[in-house]
Design a protein around this ligand. Structure first.
Ligand SMILES: [Zn+2]
Length: 229
């Protein structure tokens, strides 16, 4: 399944709005592009430091928990590909989570390429634990950068019996192409979203409502009758 901002929204995680192009009052080009980082690294590091501390104060909601319960019931048959950079799926108990847009709680070293779990600030230019150089950046995929783990995601789309898109507008590629890719390999496709996305016609089924309601309902239904959609 693919999850996006709509899953974490009810936990109080602020994300940038697709339409407005603003993220907590900042232009996304300032804080979510390599050019923005090059132009003003202090601002960008502080911005993600704030997001990183904020995310450690929020809790997984009923939607995250329902997806963790689904994984527990179906063993290794459930994989979550998430556009979210928080760790709420993991904290809810999901173990098979692929972060295609990176993670707030990770730092990437521009010098040696190593990643490290990171809970504290980066704006003070701390040394990389691997190479000791002060060249750490947020391990976040910015606009203009290639999403992570596409080599793992593509086979999953080809093998899926059911593809569920949850809380995402489905307008940003490559994720926007996932429903068509999974459908081409005969997966049943389901959209669970506050409001159906513009790609609703590509889905076999659409359920509208807040994630904490529709995800819970869909998981209950799926586990109760074993219906494959
Ligand atoms: Zn390093």
């Amino acid at each position: 399944m693919l999850t996006g901002a709509g899953v974490s929204a009810e936990s109080g995680v602020a994300t940038f709005r697709d339409s407005g192009g603003l993220w907590e009052g900042h232009d996304v080009h300032q804080v979510a592009t390599p050019e923005g980082f090059a132009a003003n690294p202090d601002l960008v590091l502080r911005f993600y430091d704030e997001r990183r501390s904020q995310v450690q104060l929020v809790e997984p909601n009923a939607a995250h928990k329902a997806l963790a319960r689904l994984e527990q019931a179906l063993d290794d048959k459930v994989t979550i590909v998430t556009q979210n950079v928080d760790d709420l799926h993991e904290r809810a108990g999901s173990t098979r989570v692929i972060h295609m847009h990176g993670e707030l709680l990770s730092a990437l070293c521009l010098r040696c390429g190593q990643r490290h779990r990171w809970e504290n600030e980066l704006a003070s230019y701390p040394p990389c634990p691997s190479c000791s150089q002060p060249d750490l950046r947020p391990d976040i995929v910015w606009f203009g950068e290639v999403p992570y783990h596409m080599d793992r995601i593509e086979p999953l789309l080809q093998q899926a019996d059911v593809f569920v898109s949850i809380g995402t507008s489905g307008e940003v590629y490559p994720a926007a192409g996932f429903v068509a890719a999974a459908g081409a390999y005969w997966a049943k496709t389901v959209e669970l979203n506050l409001q159906a996305s513009r790609s609703r016609s590509l889905f076999d089924r659409v359920k509208e409502g807040p994630a904490t309601h529709v995800v819970l309902e869909w998981v209950d239904e799926f586990l109760a009758d074993g219906v494959r959609s």
